[in-house]
Ligand binder design. Structure first.
Ligand SMILES: Nc1ncnc2c1ncn2[C@@H]1O[C@H](COP(=O)(O)OP(=O)(O)OP(=O)(O)O)[C@@H](O)[C@H]1O
Ligand SMILES: O=P(O)(O)OC[C@H]1O[C@H](OP(=O)(O)OP(=O)(O)O)[C@H](O)[C@@H]1O
Length: 257
């Protein structure tokens, strides 16, 4: 019987639900899913951009939800998906901070590093500021930071003598220091091409990010015998995946001026 979204008990066991990130990471993580035997992921691995938001793999009894990378966390945290794959950057941002984050975070457990979507969260800015950065960070004064990752920026740069003003943006963050909106940006870098194209340089790497397999804590507790084999299969597929190093390609040294 084919599972119909919304029907939680369409003839027997509910399929395990795995939320996948649409966008740049989808083909790479779908390839891992296909290698674990989820045949419905094969077309995604080949680069197809599906209209469907739900794909059911009847043979493995796995249901795939295709959602935005940042939303994977929400589907898993609030129990609509048992498992999810999303970037470490998303997990770091959702962890929040004392001012903007979750005071009582829902239970999400990180199960494995799948290696896909490698990139790094950096502080970057104009070359002239690179040499000043190490001490600027430690000086009193005002530091304006433009970013799509306000919680990460606040956590990394706040709490010191500098008064950190975080300016939230939805994209094209590199523009902010070029037009005087911010002193620096906190953003993801993979190849470094975008920074170079805008004449900006890396000042500091805050953390490296790769795709992580996450689980809903309650699902993991209640359905461990179903979740763990899939998790182990994905981890094994990740270990066997061809080596990829997009985060290092064309990388400038941090603080290179
Ligand atoms: N160069 C990169 N820039 C941004 N994200 C990257 C890069 N390389 C890998 N990633 C990973 O891909 C994810 C973002 O994917 P994508 O750009 O398709 O979505 P997005 O449009 O930023 O996210 P959303 O749709 O949730 O706003 C990041 O969370 C990160 O884990
Ligand atoms: O180091 P690179 O390989 O050049 O990748 C980094 C760029 O990719 C992301 O932007 P995205 O393409 O998601 O567009 P956005 O500016 O709309 O966020 C990120 O915010 C950087 O701008």
């Amino acid at each position: 019987m084919r599972y119909v979204p919304g029907d939680s008990r369409a003839g027997g066991e509910r399929p395990l639900t795995l939320a996948l990130p649409k966008g740049r990471m989808l083909a790479e993580v779908a390839a891992l899913c296909a290698r674990t035997g989820i045949a419905a992921a094969a077309s995604l691995a080949a680069g197809d951009d599906p209209e469907a938001l739900v794909l059911v793999d009847e043979a493995s009894s796995v249901r795939l939800l295709l959602v935005r990378p940042g939303d994977v966390w929400s589907y898993v945290a609030f129990g609509a998906a048992d498992l999810g794959i999303t970037g470490k950057d998303v997990l770091e941002e959702k962890a929040g901070d004392a001012r903007g984050g979750w005071l009582d975070p829902p239970g999400v457990v990180e199960l494995a590093d799948l290696g896909a979507g490698a990139c790094r969260m950096v502080v970057a800015g104009p070359p002239a500021g690179a040499g000043l950065w190490p001490w600027r960070r430690l000086q009193a004064g005002r530091l304006r930071v433009a970013t799509k990752y306000p919680a990460c920026a606040r956590r990394a740069l706040g709490g010191g003598p500098a008064e950190v003003e975080v300016i939230p943006l939805a994209g094209s963050v590199e523009l902010a220091p070029l037009v005087g909106l911010a002193d620096v940006i906190v953003d993801l870098v993979a190849t470094g091409r975008t920074l170079r194209a805008h004449g900006l340089v890396e000042y500091e790497v805050l953390f490296n990010s790769t795709a992580r397999l996450i689980a809903n804590e309650a699902s993991l507790r209640l359905q461990e015998e179903r979740l763990l084999p899939l998790a182990e299969g994905l981890e094994a597929a990740a270990r066997e995946a061809p080596a990829r190093q997009p985060a290092a390609e064309g990388r400038e040294s941090p603080c290179a001026g």
